[in-house]
Design a protein around this ligand. Structure first.
Ligand code: BES
Ligand code: MN
Ligand code: MN
Length: 480
């Protein structure tokens, strides 16, 4: 029998009366006693391959939603339902205790990225195992493991009279494919989703010793490009040198998108990029970061990126352009002498305030088509997008989260600007007028989207322990 969680030894905050600390002590011991069951429930959920990108997993996606719905009901959420969309259902539940109290809307996603390439996993992506204190499975950290912390935090709070404010929980099944249907759902259900703040655990922190809270997410503009040359594949000896080779051309076009300083060359690309003051940049660069450790953690001899910016800035506050995949021609065994008729690539741009995905999508498409040489035709097909966001650090909710982490980690969390994207967050602001707190417990080393994704048992249990503190702090401070 393995025990990961021991009740905390940290001092409870001195500003609360001793008696109000008792519920948290009791919740901590409930967590200790039930940790194995919590883990095995999560593992059962992780067994369901809820891959949203691939239609062959559609049945599994629905099973994962059903599983979560049942767990919602078990922890006493009310009006639990699967809200249908044009795509995967949204799992919704709520606990409304008093209209005069504030309402927290929890968001997360139960869909996961494809597990490919399977051969690089040391154990099956959908056969979760706990190894060296970590749960290995697709979705362990992103985002099923982090969503499940919220479900179990509700169970913990139930041991002590329930939630201290109103709670709505909305977990979608299409985050990894752009959240388009959730966007429609949010727009059409403003009354149902009425709340005071959004709470999300779908991001990371600096380390288990130094907690942090992400206060920025980048936006996204994602495209598939197709370059067409001759009307059929050609013998590369009979035709080579006399026709535009779509693969050569595509590589040249892609290479031209950055200059020698790794600046993006698309005209007007940087026009709306928010420029930080020297003071803000200095502040940002105060986060503990070591390029040495960064390089070592991913096996690199050097960093690489836009000249004039640090690694922290390149990830947090600068827009970027990356090829995510490229294919065409002969890639099988041995050699085949051929000039392919077509070449393809998937190209994404991460956006920062005040760029918009619409603007960037339009200028990328226009530019990429304009640089096509004579002899090929180029088609740019936009995929999903998302807007960048910055969340406030001076709000009641941010402070409630920072105080909660300080209590359970024994260290004040640092605000950081994250490089990833969660497309719905900007819409929560624009459609519902709500700010978000990104109370994430993942680590960059958790290998999300990669083979051998994992989530620390410590992180999972620490999240369950921290979330009730957030509710208590927030309910106390936000109640007028
Ligand atoms: N949870 C991630 C985003 C994330 C991870 C943000 C870590 C900050 C820190 C989310 O599931 C994700 O992967 N988003 C996608 C965007 C989506 C439109 C495919 C991304 O960032 O690529
Ligand atoms: Mn996620
Ligand atoms: Mn993801």
């Amino acid at each position: 029998m393995l025990h990961y969680y021991a009740p905390p030894t940290y001092p409870f905050p001195t500003f609360t009366l001793r008696i109000s600390n008792q519920p948290h002590r009791r919740m901590a011991s409930y967590l200790e006693q039930n940790q194995e069951r919590f883990l095995s429930e999560l593992i059962d959920w992780l067994r369901i391959p809820s891959v949203s990108a691939d239609p062959k997993f559609h049945g599994d996606v629905l099973r994962a939603a059903d599983y979560l719905k049942a767990r919602f009901e078990e922890v006493g959420l009310e009006n639990v339902e699967l809200c249908p969309t044009a795509g995967n259902p949204i799992v919704y539940g709520e606990k409304l205790i008093d209209p005069s109290l504030p309402t927290v809307l929890v968001y997360g996603h139960y869909d996961v990225q494809p597990a490919d390439p399977y051969e690089l996993w040391t154990s099956g992506p959908f056969e979760p195992v706990i190894k060296d204190g970590k749960i290995y499975a697709r979705g362990a950290c992103d985002d099923k493991g982090q969503v499940y912390m919220h479900v179990k935090a509700l169970e913990l709070m139930n041991q002590e009279g329930g939630v201290p404010c109103n709670v709505k929980v909305m977990i979608e099944g299409e985050e990894e494919i752009g959240s388009n249907n959730l966007g429609i759902f949010v727009r059409n259900n403003k009354e149902k989703l009425k709340a005071d703040v959004i709470l999300i655990s779908d991001t990371g922190m600096l380390s288990n010793e130094q907690p942090s809270i992400e206060v920025g997410l980048r936006g996204l503009s994602y495209h598939e490009v197709e370059v067409t040359g001759p009307n059929r594949d050609l013998h590369s000896g009979l035709y080579g040198g006399a026709v535009a080779n779509p693969i050569n051309v595509l590589c040249k076009m892609i290479a031209s998108l950055h200059d020698e300083n790794n600046h993006i060359t698309i005209p007007a690309f940087y026009d709306n990029v928010a420029v930080l003051s020297e003071q803000e940049r200095a502040e940002l660069n105060r986060v503990p970061h070591s390029d040495e450790e960064f390089m070592q953690s991913i096996g690199l001899p050097a960093t690489y990126g836009e000249k004039g910016y640090t690694t922290v800035e390149r990830i947090g506050i600068r827009p970027t352009l990356d090829v995510n995949g490229i294919w065409g021609g002969y890639t099988g065994e041995g050699a085949k002498t051929v000039i392919a008729s077509k070449a393809y690539a998937k190209i994404s741009m991460r956006l920062v305030p005040n760029q918009t995905s619409e603007e960037i999508t339009q200028i990328f498409q226009q530019h990429f088509e304009s640089i096509a040489p004579a002899g090929v035709t180029v088609v740019v097909k936009p995929h999903h997008g998302g807007e960048p966001v910055v969340t406030p650090t001076d709000s009641v909710a941010y402070k409630a989260a920072a105080d909660a982490m300080e209590t359970t980690f024994g260290k004040r969390p640092i605000p950081t600007r994250g490089g990833g994207s969660i497309p719905i967050v900007a819409m929560f602001k624009s459609e519902l007028g709500l700010d978000t707190v990104l109370l994430g417990f993942g680590l960059d080393s958790d290998a999300i989207h990669s083979p051998n994704e994992h989530y620390g048992v410590f992180n999972f249990l620490k999240g369950i322990e921290t979330i009730p503190h957030f509710y208590r702090n927030y309910a106390a401070a936000a109640t007028k």
